[in-house]
Design a binder for this molecule. Structure first.
Ligand code: SF4
Length: 496
């Protein structure tokens, strides 16, 4: 089987450095994964649109691999999905199935070679793997795989999973058996979409930390789609069927969908941050849109930390549903006070020094006539470093707000994530080193309150034990080895 990487017609894009218009002050999502098995469809195009809907999950690189008889067509590059792919490229990528990936780097630096899908060769042909999450045993795993003769082209944990499967295939196993054996070697968070010459696999780690859903497209025959979130199904007109379960592997071929529960002890621990912030508000989790859950977070926040004010507003866009919920319970009118320039996104042009100093205005512009003389409650979903929050408060005051009260629809982020979200090292998390009062002083707000941990979990309406909330508690559901912990738990290292 030949894996053919299509040439990049615009090499300048690969080496361009994409700069943020605003310093990243939110946890960054790691990746979006997508896959489709549909021989009668243009699978590359369906995958392109699936990734387009999942763009919020990773903006550094994008890639698609399609499988056509004995050939794999692979194209990947740095940049947004719409920058990486042109119609002429997608037209050169026929196939019966496709695997797609959009990436924000959490393991391995941000460079083209680390873009996914990762393609490796086996005795049964190529496999293409797209991974969302982070393994926590990479040093041991790499050592073990190298001992068995494994070679690596990248520095990603995702390639290690692909190599682990390839080694099991080359030892004589068939695809499913090989994947299940390889999963036993992996510890951490992984939602995977894997293409092979004969079928498409979708799998989640035994804790189901990162989401993965199955949808259907077409009627006769019914074909299957895999996506990190339901918004990836909606965009291509696929119907949501169900979630891939923690510790489940689905195998999609010409015969349909088969399911294998390979983990002896699956225990659901979905990342609560997916529900609070990462996943798109129109995506469905636990039978409702995340917009609805986020409105309830705001309602609970108002019950816990009411303050008198004239206006409730959200930080666009992520704080808006909770601000609406806050307004509903508090009776304080909801309004917009900051307008987001939706077309800024990421730019390849560095702003001038003066623009940088003027703060957040490139992205968010305050409405002076709405804010002047008002006591304002500004609602956001989280504070990580606090740098953006401080600039927002400053902009509101400059626009004439008389009082600024900040309300956060999640608890203080005190611990880093090891499962595929970039929440920085612990010393960069403002709530790890400062009390709520100290943070309020630093942000220069009249008052600051966070949602309680109990309140956040209660309004899910689900078993509170079925979530990971380690970045609020330090209680990691998958044990993190000391050597990996040390890389991010700076405070504990200093204290030790
Ligand atoms: S540590 Fe936080 S961000 Fe990471 S998986 Fe758990 S809840 Fe999500």
């Amino acid at each position: 089987m030949i894996a053919q990487e299509l040439p990049n017609p615009d090499e300048s894009l690969s080496s361009a450095h994409c700069c943020e218009s605003q310093p990243a002050d939110k946890p960054e999502e790691a990746c979006g994964v997508f896959g489709v098995y549909a021989p009668e469809e243009e699978v590359a195009k369906l995958t392109y649109f699936g990734l387009y809907a999942l763009q919020h999950r990773g903006q550094e690189s994008a890639g698609i691999a399609t499988f056509e008889e004995d050939q794999v067509h692979l194209y990947k590059d740095m940049g947004l999905v719409s920058q990486v792919f042109k119609e002429s490229i997608l037209n050169k990528m026929p196939g019966i199935l496709a695997v797609g990936h959009t990436r924000y780097s959490t393991t391995g630096s941000s460079r083209r070679a680390n873009a996914q899908p990762a393609v490796v060769e086996t005795r049964l042909g190529s496999l293409a793997l797209a991974h969302n999450g982070n393994l926590v045993n990479t040093p041991e795993l790499r050592q073990e795989l190298e001992k068995r003769g494994g070679n690596f082209n990248t520095t990603t944990d995702s390639e290690m999973i692909a190599v682990a499967i390839a080694q099991e295939v080359d030892r004589g196993k068939e695809w499913l058996e090989a994947a299940i054996s390889a999963f036993q070697l992996c510890s951490g968070a992984y939602s995977l979409v894997i293409g092979t010459p004969v079928g498409l696999m979708g799998a989640r780690d035994p804790n189901g930390i990162r989401p993965l859903v199955v949808g259907t497209i077409g009627e006769d025959p019914v074909r299957y789609v895999l996506s990190s979130e339901t918004c990836g199904l909606d965009i291509i007109g696929a119907d949501y069927l169900r979630d891939v379960e923690p510790g489940e592997l689905v195998w999609i071929t010409e015969k349909g969908l088969a399911s294998f529960h390979w983990s002896p002890k699956p225990e659901r621990k979905l990342c609560i941050f997916e529900m609070i912030y990462f996943a798109r508000p129109d995506s469905i989790m636990h039978d409702e849109t995340l917009y609805t859950y986020r409105v309830r977070l705001g309602q609970q926040l108002a019950r816990e930390s009411y303050v008198e004010a004239d206006l409730v507003m959200g930080v666009p866009d992520s704080g808006v549903p909770a601000a609406i919920g806050f307004s509903q319970v508090s009776g304080i009118p909801y309004g917009e006070g900051l307008i987001k320039n939706r077309y800024v996104g990421r730019t390849f042009i560095q702003p001038t020094q003066h623009m940088r100093e003027s703060g957040i205005r490139m992205k968010l512009n305050p409405l002076k006539d709405v804010l002047a003389g008002k006591r304002v409650i500004i609602v956001d979903d989280s504070i990580v470093r606090g740098t953006t929050s401080r600039k927002i408060v400053k902009a509101l005051r400059e626009a004439g707000a008389k009082e600024v009260h900040m309300r956060i629809s999640s608890p203080p982020v005190t611990h880093p994530c090891f499962y595929g979200i970039d929440t920085d090292t612990q010393d960069q998390l403002i709530a790890a080193t400062k009390s709520v009062e100290e943070i309020a002083q630093q942000l220069r707000v009249d008052s600051l309150a966070y949602l309680s941990w109990k309140g956040m979990l209660e309004v899910t309406g689900e078993d509170p034990n079925s979530f990971c909330s380690a970045c609020f508690t330090g209680d990691y559901p998958i044990p993190v080895p000391e050597n990996v912990k040390r890389s991010k738990l700076i405070l504990e290292k200093i204290e030790a």
